[in-house]
Design a protein around this ligand. Structure first.
Ligand code: GCO
Length: 465
């Protein structure tokens, strides 16, 4: 009965993001984000879906929060849309935008749910794209910090858990590309790989400046995290050789060596910089100090990983040398969820956490799983139910891996399931459902799935059921 028990203060939560759920994109002074523009461009998003209506959460947040209360979560991670707060990206503040988030947060508090606000989940103001090319410019980091400062001074009486930026690689390395059309907004083609690396460097600066801005503007003691989607290297078996191989390989994945290392240690991984050569970003003096601000925890978004094994004579896939390990490709029949990239690797939770402690060397830093979950081909059956046993299977295994990390002493403090409800899955539109709650997009009806009931039982018993 007591198997897989979690610590008493473990934080169970759910996560969403503004553009994926809110809709109401032209209401109450909001101006377009790069995702409005990108998704309105035919052929960019599956079925040409856009976030114009999404889950209509902007109007239905009270219903949604009541459902969260029924689920029993005490923690909700959502994001704030910059173009609602400062519609032109810089300058005039839109009171109506602030007011929406005040109402949302007050409603959460009424239901005893703690808000965890992400300040940027990819919906940057289109006006800044038009003005200077968004993340291609260092100006973006300054404008972001100004927006954050305004927001925290106005909402800091109600919110004390802040997450600066969500998944830097996704709105930089997936949004700017050389010789191909990027999958994510703004979808800009650039001339060189160095320009791509400059966008993520500018985003790291934005994280650092925002962290300083939050500390300066918050009226009370607050908690700040960065949210990142590290590449998790998982040893094929846990022999000392394979573990060492997974650690070496972890360094050299670009989004690890080039993002989590500078953010958490103040230096890009030297091996990665060497391999980038001319493609490495320009780093001005003082940048790394700004980027490496003290933060209170790290949020990891973990869905999958890559298996690695030791092999003396392996050739590194990108470099002509023998690194002592190899990345393993997935066999054709490897089990996956309903997403091309979503191979099922429960141990990626455990290894992601362990790599932050051992490989990055930040054993001291509390961690959250700030997103984890899966897409499934959910169907409403003839009894009006969605019986998503596949999602339950997935989450059950991932929770067990989180439990293992805690039982070995890693400071994992909470777990936010992605996602509370089905939503706009970026370039996959509405086709790939990640929710615990099913959304009927014709009627906007909410239907809790079987995984919702299962998660409710986990939360109420504080263990994996
Ligand atoms: C991300 C984002 C989410 C996604 C989720 C499923 O990780 O890409 O943070 O917005 O919807 O991860 O792909």
């Amino acid at each position: 009965m007591n198997s897989y028990k979690f610590p008493d203060d473990f934080m169970w939560g759910v996560a969403t993001s503004s553009y994926q759920i809110e809709g109401a994109t032209t209401e109450a002074g909001r101006k377009p984000s790069v995702w409005d523009t990108f998704s309105a461009n035919p052929g960019k998003v599956l079925h040409d879906d856009t976030g114009a209506v999404a889950c209509d959460h902007y109007h239905r947040y009270e219903t949604d929060i009541k459902l969260m209360a029924q689920l029993g979560v005490k923690h909700y991670r959502f994001s704030i849309a910059w173009p609602r707060i400062i519609p032109e990206g810089r300058g005039k503040v839109n009171e109506a935008g602030i007011d929406f988030y005040r109402r949302l947060v007050d409603c959460l508090h009424q239901h005893n749910i703690t808000p965890h606000a992400t300040l940027f989940h990819w919906d940057s103001p289109q006006a800044l794209e038009d003005l200077y090319g968004s993340w291609r410019s260092r100006e973006m980091a300054k404008d972001f910090a100004d927006y954050v400062s305004t927001l925290v001074s106005m909402l800091g009486d109600r919110i004390t858990n802040w997450m600066t930026i969500n998944e830097i690689p996704c709105f930089t390395h997936l949004a700017y590309a050389v010789n191909s059309d990027p999958l994510h907004a703004p979808g800009t083609r650039v001339e060189t790989q160095k320009e791509v690396w400059q966008t993520s460097h500018n985003a790291l600066l934005a994280h650092g400046l925002a962290t300083q801005a939050i500390r300066a503007a918050s009226p009370s003691n607050c908690f700040i995290s960065l949210v990142d989607n590290i590449s998790v290297t998982v040893p094929i078996s846990e022999t000392p050789e394979n573990i060492k191989a997974a650690q070496q390989a972890f360094h050299l994945c670009e989004q690890n060596g080039g993002i989590i290392f500078p953010a958490l240690t103040g230096a890009y991984s030297p091996a990665l910089l060497e391999s980038l050569g001319n493609a490495a970003p320009d780093i001005q003096s003082g940048d790394l100090e700004i980027i490496h601000q003290p933060i209170d925890s790290i949020g990891l978004n973990i869905y999958s990983g890559t298996y690695v094994q030791a092999r003396d004579n392996a050739i590194h896939p990108y470099r002509d040398r023998q690194p002592g390990y190899e990345f393993l490709s997935f066999p054709v029949g490897y089990p996956k969820m309903y997403m091309p990239w979503l191979n099922i690797i429960p141990e990626s939770i455990y290894w992601g956490i362990r790599h932050i402690g051992e490989t990055v060397g930040r054993k001291d830093l509390p961690l959250f799983i700030s997103e984890s979950g899966c897409a499934a081909q959910d169907q409403v059956n003839h009894q009006d139910k969605v019986i998503d046993t596949d999602r339950i299977m997935y989450l059950r295994q991932y929770f067990k891996a989180a439990h293992r990390a805690i039982s070995e002493g890693y400071p994992l403090k909470g777990y936010f399931v992605w996602s509370f409800m089905d939503n706009f899955e970026w370039s996959y539109g509405y086709d790939h459902r990640f929710g615990l709650v099913y959304i009927d997009y014709q009627t906007q009806q909410r239907l809790p799935k079987a995984s919702f009931d299962w998660y409710r039982q986990c939360i109420s018993q504080n263990r994996v059921v």
